[in-house]
Design a binder for this molecule. Structure first.
Ligand code: PLP
Ligand code: ZN
Length: 409
């Protein structure tokens, strides 16, 4: 495949062939997909992309897949001008990239899974698997069902009910592990080297991670081929955040845009903020933490891409910030009330961090800002149980309606 050269170790730079492998044999660094940008540049154009399918596969020239076969409808989600949220935050040029309506399982994970499992099919795997904080399990289970693959998903046992049922309905084997996501991940790394399965975020991780770039590609295209001044991105492992940056730089590299001056801001929940804490303390390494937050989808205490996420913040002139559980819930409600978008706790984290950056003047009122909403609020209903008003209960009479409803509004 001419567009992809192979895999390369991020640490020591050793080259590897295009295989389902993810760590360097010499230094244990993570492997990353390397492209032939000259070849891509001669083949890609705005026009060609615009004539492509209304899905993330319109950017196939910049993805490590030959023939997409799984997740053909993922991506190309709305980019919404957020006037009312912008007004509330004092930002005049704010946009929401809304992956809460991604297809088919309502989170950004449908992007990474489409790419990972299409690649896994090309490699000849018949079983898909993952270590998940919830959304990934939903997406892997759905995509294995549509692809007719066997499926095993591993989750921490204390996940939200909606996310557990949202996996079970596709009939995979759901393994609920007593422990944190980091315990699940450690176990899955052992299982991955033991079984011949496509663990999308372990042995297929270099390919999985590339799917996140499509969020950057879409935003740039939807803005009329322009990179934003600043973006706010939620982070668990830090993969999404670093790959949005990679995607922006690639668009410049292959000549689709002339300039990238985007400041990358990362958002974490205060109860699980190993990357943001390292940033605040000026460290270039991560100290793992034990997660304690309602934002379970981004609760990774030992983030695989943490150090690269710190480098990205430095390189782009951005930074990292946190939100408390209370601020997360307030921000979920603010987004719902102003824009009619119901996001989960991860989206609440992102909006809460955006609010802090705006209040502190780290984002200028006229700058072009994009905030990434990566998950859907129907999957974390339980956190709002005591945070929303009760329905007004009445008998089916006009009198009750007038006395108990109209009289009180
Ligand atoms: C997985 C996830 C993220 C970020 O994941 P990374 O591991 O940092 O790539 C963000 N938001 C939601 C809703 C997620 O499920
Ligand atoms: Zn290496």
């Amino acid at each position: 495949m001419a567009k992809v050269k192979g895999l390369r170790c991020r640490e020591c730079g050793r080259d590897y062939p295009l295989e389902p492998i993810h760590v360097c044999e010499f230094c244990f660094g993570p492997l990353e997909v390397v492209y032939d940008y000259d070849q891509i540049k001669s083949n890609v154009s705005r026009d060609k992309i615009q004539k492509g399918p209304p899905s993330l596969w319109r950017y196939l020239d910049l993805l490590p897949v030959d023939e997409p076969s799984v997740g053909l409808s993922a991506g190309f989600t709305p980019l919404k001008r957020a006037e009312r949220l912008g007004e509330a935050l004092g930002l005049r040029n704010l946009y929401i990239k809304d992956d809460s309506v991604n297809h088919p399982t309502l989170s950004f994970k449908d992007r990474v899974v489409s790419v990972a499992l299409s690649k896994a099919k090309e490699f000849g795997f018949d079983t898909g698997a993952c270590a998940s904080t919830g959304n990934l399990a939903n997406s892997v289970a759905s995509h294995c069902a549509q692809a007719g693959m066997n499926c095993f998903v591993f989750i921490p046992a204390n996940l939200e009910t909606q996310k557990i049922i949202g996996s079970l309905v596709f009939e995979p084997t759901v393994v609920a592990v007593e422990g944190t996501y980091d315990d699940v991940n450690r176990l899955c790394s052992e299982i991955a080297s033991d079984q011949g399965w496509a663990f999308v975020n372990i042995n297929i991780r270099p390919f999985y991670a590339e799917g996140s770039k499509t969020l950057a590609f879409e935003v740039v295209e939807q803005l009329g081929w322009k990179a934003p001044d600043a973006v706010v991105v939620p982070a668990a492992s830090g993969s999404l955040y670093t790959k949005i940056w990679k995607g922006l730089k690639e668009m410049k590299e292959v000549g689709l845009i002339n300039e990238v001056k985007t400041r990358m801001y990362g958002a974490q929940a205060e109860g699980c903020s190993p990357i943001a804490t390292a940033w605040a303390e000026g460290r270039d390494f991560i100290k793992p933490v034990r997660p304690d937050t309602i934002a379970k989808s981004i609760a990774i205490g030992n983030p695989a891409d943490g150090i690269y996420a710190l480098q990205t913040a430095k390189e782009s002139g951005g930074g990292w910030e946190t939100a408390t559980d209370g601020e997360i819930i307030e921000a979920m409600k603010l987004l719902a009330e102003t824009e009619g978008i119901f996001t989960e706790t991860a989206g609440g984290t992102t909006v809460a961090v955006l609010k802090k950056l705006a209040e502190r003047g780290q984002i200028d009122p006229d700058e072009l800002v994009v905030v990434f909403i990566t998950g859907n609020g129907y999957k974390t209903l339980e956190v709002l149980q005591d945070e929303v008003r009760e329905p007004v209960r009445i008998s089916a009479t006009l009198k009750d309606f007038k006395d108990k409803v109209l009289a009180k509004v």
